[in-house]
Write a protein that binds this ligand. Structure first.
Ligand code: ATR
Length: 274
């Protein structure tokens, strides 16, 4: 019998997830059906309850419901608990639903895929919203030399650094305080590119050896990455690979087998530029 999966969000029309999971299923010969479901803004719980009551095996959850999914799940993985958000729900054999978060793992896998070193490196995360919080634990697990959080609203960066202070070498840094030496990796976890803007990166942070990673993706170079290049960044990457890798991680959690991602990356990149 075909196993049912879905992604729930609002809006959901532009989600690439059905296409990605269909490709993974074909490649790994798994018999699954994966649909996009748009829940009303006030109707996440009703929608997700109905999906699992009707036999759903697992779901992805996207904007704006990741925190509601966190509250709704019966149990949480450690990485979901630390992220404060759930993007993957898994029906358990006892009927309960486990909440997981594969976003941070997706980012780390994509960075490593591009041979971006993280261990012993100086990392800067720009942004202090849900996207930033979701990647801190997986980044710290890579044993960086340091992890600085910078945010337009500095207080939120301070709060986030304090919340993860016991996990690794993390600190907040004021936007207007220059850095004495460039960092190695800058993760842009702000939504600045979506507003055709660029993130608040302190003077001196970007250098010719720095990799700048924008979690947003679009056809061509994102607005933030264009700006980072103009500031002398050695290398800029966007979040398309993270999208594919978080999906692969969810697929592995659900099905117990990990799909190859290369072909799907290429297909999505091609489709974007059409
Ligand atoms: P998400 O859950 O996707 O992280 P969010 O909680 O709204 O979304 O957070 C968005 C992040 O992008 C925040 O860090 C926000 O900065 P503030 O905390 O100061 O609001 C940041 N951000 C959004 N638009 C920005 C812009 N144009 N320039 C700089 N930072 C921006």
């Amino acid at each position: 019998m075909t196993d049912l999966y879905c992604v729930v969000g609002h809006p959901i029309g532009h989600s690439q997830s059905p296409q990605i999971h269909a490709a993974f299923a074909t490649q790994t010969q798994q018999d699954i059906d994966y649909q996009a479901i748009e829940a009303p803004l006030e109707g996440f719980v009703t929608t997700i309850q109905r999906f699992f009551a009707e036999g759903g095996r697992g779901a992805n959850v996207t904007v704006p419901f990741k925190q509601q999914a966190y509250d709704w799940a019966d149990t949480l993985t450690e990485r979901a608990r630390r992220a404060g958000a759930v993007n993957t729900l898994v029906k358990q054999s006892d009927g309960s639903v486990l909440g997981d978060n594969t976003d941070g793992a997706g980012l780390v896998t994509d960075l490593l895929h591009h041979h971006v070193a993280l261990c012993d490196q100086r990392i800067m995360v720009v942004g202090a919203g849900g996207a930033a919080r979701g990647v801190l634990l997986p980044l710290l697990e890579q044993s960086p030399a340091s992890l600085l959080i910078v945010n337009r609203t500095e207080q939120k960066a301070q709060q986030l650094a304090a919340a993860f202070g016991e996990t690794g070498p993390i600190a907040s840094h004021a936007v207007d305080k220059p850095l004495a030496a460039p960092v190695d990796v800058i993760i842009n976890a702000t939504s600045a590119s979506l507003h055709q803007s660029y993130p608040p990166i302190p003077h001196g942070a970007i250098g010719p050896h720095a990799t700048v990673y924008d979690m947003v993706y679009q056809a061509g170079c994102t607005t933030s990455n264009q700006w980072a290049q103009s500031q002398g960044a050695g290398r800029c990457l966007d979040g398309l690979g993270m999208l594919v890798e978080q999906a692969a991680e969810s697929f592995a959690v659900w099905r117990g087998c990990r799909p190859q991602t290369e072909q799907v990356r290429e297909q999505l990149r091609e489709a974007l530029s059409e």
